[in-house]
Design a protein around this ligand. Structure first.
Ligand SMILES: *[C@@H]1O[C@H](CO)[C@@H](O)[C@H](O)[C@H]1NC(C)=O
Ligand SMILES: *[C@@H]1O[C@H](CO)[C@@H](O)[C@H](O)[C@H]1NC(C)=O
Ligand SMILES: *[C@@H]1O[C@H](CO)[C@@H](O)[C@H](O)[C@H]1NC(C)=O
Ligand SMILES: *[C@@H]1O[C@H](CO)[C@@H](O)[C@H](O)[C@H]1NC(C)=O
Ligand SMILES: *[C@@H]1O[C@H](CO)[C@@H](O)[C@H](O)[C@H]1NC(C)=O
Ligand SMILES: [Zn+2]
Length: 945
């Protein structure tokens, strides 16, 4: 799953930059992590202690029973539409569902108690049969544990014997969730209302979101990833609706006037979290594929308008790419994708029925921007990679979920590059991914990629695993390994891994062994496990310090907060080159300083390490070499690979934050941008400036800083002005990115010609009847800047459009733009709207509050609002909100408030984020104190005429 936001849940999937939106002068990158996790998972409430039967602290199912297959009947009572007819009382909507299940399992250890997982279900009618003898075994007691274990405990009159096959059948009842978790309801409007208040246009559908631990809310089951089984599913649904499941339909029959049965073939052997079904009135667009029937489902209006066309075009190609890349065919006859109006994640990889947030799947020519298109390609590539990594081969337990997410993220780089080579997204995605991982992993409160199982037991801890470490660091360390053993050997090892462990579960040692096998076979000498374990089992990453005067090099754990002592070290592969030598690989194999020829500058020439940024570490140099590198950047930046140009800036800024280099060195590294027309270096600069903006946009530094960047961006802005002023776009993708970025940087730093252009375009739209003159690529930035520069009139216009637009990407752009206003009362009113589900969809609440928090004018409002409504907002996106609202914290007063917040509120899954926020705030306070004067001086000097 990827999470969160442009799409309201910006994917935080940390994995990839989905899109860029300007908020009050900063560019927020949307990343994909948590894409797949339901962030709406209600925090498990503390339960009243049970006086007599205190439970042992065991969360996990015993492994004495091994499930083989399930037969599941599910009957959601929901109507997809409520028809009002004259003189006929219309039915009331009903949220109940009923069902039954029969699970066949093998007993491997004698027991007279069966444990399953079940949550929010009323379970009755337990029957156990010995499948070998067909005899019934009497159930003496059945109870659901109302605590974090979610155990359904079934006591039997006689014991089940090891080696025996049994089956357990149960009936159950539950309620369709309105919180986007488990089996949930999603709403949308279809058609044109006939009169005011016409509710005939409202439609409902049932969908599921079960990762990581919500299958137990749909039917009682062995709800753990390594308890794989086959599922035979029958959905009983309203006659005029369509049911989809993981596997292809095996039959359907009309039951009576109201009900219909749809049965599905057996699924492959799979984990419970991948179970999915939907009941809706959706229609589909078909994709090309030689063997698999691929359909992309969406609202009938969206399908009729061709919005699923783009997704349909690339899906077959991506699937074929993976099939030949892994040499393993996708293991089902069909693959459905469905665009849901409500989904807590950006997308979810359910085997054979992948669910997407609408914005991550639907593309409207002439309305959606290039960034939407890229996000769609990236998200589909990520989810389809999961059909192998995650679905076919699954981690044993959630502590190793990086094996799913790291691989899906890593593989998506290649798949997108294959289907859309002109996007040139690979390098961009890789760098964005690295930057995101580096950010979180530079904190002492980070966590290892693969923590011990014991630390990831409760559902709330499992949910916390879906973060940028898992997605981004996971992909980054895989890329590093692939570079060391060579991509060919790596993929050979990966193929073995996939075929050896199909339908099974793994931990990371299984992966190391498979790659070792390929490495040995090809005559390589890397000890894969020895090399990789420190990267996955320890937090953080090193900074490599090179002294080119004498060739000395050493490593040290990189932490923003240098007062945190650490003695961690890694096996570090370093690709290094100089002005006169080709890249070569050198290993650093201890924490002690070493002298190496390759790092010594012979004739005063520069030395550059970590070529193409394949290593998951940062590099620092002696001041002389920094000067030479920055000098080279100013004379001829193209001497360095573009990724390294971007990363030099990134390194300099991070190093300055950690006080390893002077902050002025970082600022000096942006000088060459005045001539830089390439996207990557600018992109990295903008990302790094985010921090400067956050620290200083409420201080006197901001004026001179804006003045400096106004000058720096002029060159790029003017080079594209002919396009921009006419609301057209350059041909190639890279220049389109540059154009969007140029407008964002120019406008947010108040370049007059940019502000004028934005205001004028927006006014043209307001005055035109419905035709929007703004090019889709530029809409999000222009909307935001125009709302920021405008007042009530612009805001109300945007709000009215937001309410009436049925186009997802348009809606999202407007939703973000509404948070850009500088008028406090408008921001306040917007915050209040988030409490009203008729105005703001639940899934957008977290994003809106975050967006407001990113705006300097809304920051304090959002912080107050979150505390005032914590119970409500923490149910949505507590962790993401904490991150957004505390990102500017840099005073003692703010730190005190945060610490009070920590002790006075029930934090749930956001607890981790709060700890990280406290650490970050401490770092910020110190950093601002130590650097502010120098920075102010630097900007003033640079901008003095
Ligand atoms: C509805 O009921 C009223 C009174 O009971 C009757 O006059 C009217 O014809 C009915 N309309 C329809 C469409 O059946
Ligand atoms: C719908 O619900 C209302 C109030 O709960 C009840 O009075 C009415 O009879 C219900 N209608 C139907 C058709 O069940
Ligand atoms: C489950 O429900 C279906 C549909 O109502 C029914 O046909 C079937 O017999 C039930 N199975 C069990 C084991 O109760
Ligand atoms: C880099 O090498 C080229 C020749 O290969 C030379 O002309 C140039 O001066 C060198 N630059 C530096 C900074 O050493
Ligand atoms: C680099 O090495 C030289 C020669 O040993 C030494 O004089 C210099 O101080 C070192 N520079 C740094 C930054 O450690
Ligand atoms: Zn994923």
């Amino acid at each position: 799953m990827p999470k969160t936001s442009i799409l309201s849940k910006a994917i935080a999937a940390a994995f990839v930059v989905l899109t860029v939106s300007v908020i009050g002068g900063i560019i927020t990158m949307i990343i994909l992590y948590k894409t797949e996790i339901s962030t709406m998972n209600p925090t498990p409430r503390p339960t009243r202690p049970i006086a007599t039967t205190a439970l042992p602290p065991v969360m996990r199912l015993p492994k004495n029973l091994i499930p083989l297959s399930y037969k599941v009947f599910l009957m959601p009572h929901l109507y997809t539409r409520i028809i009002e007819e004259v003189n006929v009382t219309s039915p009331n909507q009903t949220m109940d569902f009923v069902g039954n299940s029969t699970v066949s399992f093998q007993c491997v250890e004698r027991t007279s108690t069966i444990y399953l997982k079940s949550m929010k279900l009323a379970v009755t009618n337990g029957k156990v049969k010995n499948d070998n003898t067909n005899e019934m075994i009497e159930v003496s007691a059945m109870k659901t544990h109302r605590d974090d274990t979610n155990f359904l405990e079934i006591q039997l009159k006689e014991a089940l014997e090891a080696g025996g096959n049994y089956s357990l059948s149960l009936s159950f009842k539950g309620e369709i969730s309105e919180n986007l978790d488990g089996m949930y309801v999603s709403k949308y409007v279809e058609g044109v209302p006939e009169y005011e208040g016409d509710t005939n246009t409202e439609r409902f559908l049932v969908a599921t979101q079960l990762e990581p631990a919500d299958a137990r809310k749909v039917f009682p089951c062995f709800d753990e990833p390594d308890m794989k089984a086959e599922f035979h599913v029958t959905i009983i649904h309203r006659r005029d609706t369509t049911a989809l499941g993981n596997a292809e339909k095996s039959g359907s029959s009309i039951l009576d006037d109201e009900w219909k049965f749809t049965s599905f073939h057996s699924t492959p052997k799979m984990s419970t979290y991948l179970f999915a079904f939907t009941v809706s009135e959706f229609t589909a667009t078909r994709s090309e594929h030689e063997r698999v029937e691929i359909n992309t489902y969406a609202r009938p209006e969206a399908i009729a308008a061709g919005h699923a066309q783009y997704a349909a075009t690339i899906t077959g190609k991506i699937l074929s790419f993976y099939e030949s890349y892994f040499e393993i065919n996708y293991d089902q006859k069909k693959l459905d994708q469905i665009a849901l109006p409500d989904l807590a994640a950006t997308a979810m990889e359910n085997w054979g029925l992948v669910t997407y947030h609408e914005g991550a799947l639907l593309y409207e020519e002439g309305v959606s921007s290039i960034l939407n298109k890229e996000q769609i390609a990236t998200t589909i590539a990520h989810e389809l990679a999961h059909q192998w990594f995650g679905n076919l081969v699954t981690m044993k337990w959630w502590n190793d979920v990086w094996l799913n997410e790291g691989f899906a993220t890593y593989m998506s780089f290649f798949a997108v590059d294959h289907v859309e080579p002109t996007f040139q997204l690979k390098e961009l995605n890789i760098l964005a991914n690295l930057h995101t991982a580096f950010q979180m992993d530079a904190l002492a409160s980070s966590h290892p990629l693969s923590p011990p199982q014991e630390e990831v037991q409760k559902t709330s801890s499992i949910i916390q695993m879906f973060n940028s470490i898992t997605y981004c660091k996971g992909a980054a360390v895989l890329r590093m390994l692939a570079d060391v053993v060579g991509e060919r050997v790596f993929i050979e090892g990966v193929k073995t891994y996939l075929s050896d462990f199909s339908y099974k579960n793994t931990d990371q040692n299984d992966l190391w062994r498979s790659i070792q096998k390929a490495e040995d076979k090809n005559g390589g000498h890397t000890n894969v496990k020895r090399f990789m374990d420190p990267w996955t089992k320890q937090i953080g990453y090193p900074v490599i310090t090179i002294n080119t005067t004498n060739g000395e090099v050493y490593q040290k754990h990189f932490l923003f907060n240098d007062s945190a002592e650490s003695s961690l070290w890694w096996y570090v592969p370093i690709k290094v080159m100089s002005n006169t030598t080709k890249p070569s690989l050198v290993w650093l194999e201890s924490s002690a300083p070493e002298k190496k020829d390759e790092f010594q500058s012979k004739n005063g020439e520069w030395i550059l390490a970590n070529i193409n940024c394949t290593g998951y570490y940062r590099v620092n140099y002696n001041p002389e070499n920094w000067d030479r590198l920055l000098n080279q950047l100013e004379i001829d930046p193209h001497r360095f690979p573009p990724m390294n140009r971007g990363q030099l800036i990134d390194n300099a800024f991070f190093m300055a934050r950690a006080k390893l280099v002077e902050v002025t060195l970082a600022l000096n590294s942006t000088r060459f941008l005045r001539q830089e027309l390439d996207f990557l270096p600018w992109q990295l600069t903008v990302k790094n400036l985010e921090y400067f903006v956050l620290m200083f946009d409420r201080s006197e530094v901001y004026g001179p800083m804006q003045a400096y960047f106004r000058e720096q961006i002029k060159g790029l802005y003017n080079s594209l002005r002919n396009y921009t002023d006419n609301s057209t776009i350059p041909k190639d993708h890279a220049s389109q990115h540059s154009q969007i970025l140029a407008v964002e940087v120019a406008c947010s730093n108040e370049l007059p010609e940019c502000l004028e252009m934005a205001t004028k375009m927006f006014a043209e739209w307001m005055n035109s009847n419905n035709t929007n003159p703004i090019h889709p690529n530029l809409r999000s930035v222009i909307y935001c800047q125009a709302v920021a520069a405008g007042g009530k009139k612009e805001w109300d216009f945007a709000w009215e459009r937001y309410q009436s637009s049925s186009d997802t990407s348009e809606k999202e752009q407007l939703r973000v733009a509404l948070s850009c206003t500088k008028k406090t009362w408008l921001l306040n009113r917007y915050l209040e709207y988030t409490l009203d589900p008729d105005k703001i969809r639940l899934m957008d609440v977290g994003s809106i509050i975050s967006d407001i928090a990113w705006n300097p004018a809304g920051h304090a409002l959002a912080w107050n609002f979150i505390r005032a409504h914590w119970d409500y907002v923490s149910e949505q996106d507590g962790d993401m909100l904490i991150n957004a609202v505390t990102s500017r914290f840099s005073t003692q007063f703010e730190l005190d408030e945060l610490e009070r917040f920590k002790t006075q509120y029930t934090l749930g899954p956001a607890a981790n984020e709060v700890d990280q926020a406290i650490e970050k705030t401490q770092v910020n306070i110190q950093w601002v104190r130590e650097n502010k004067d120098e920075i102010l001086e630097w900007f003033e000097r640079e901008t003095a005429e």
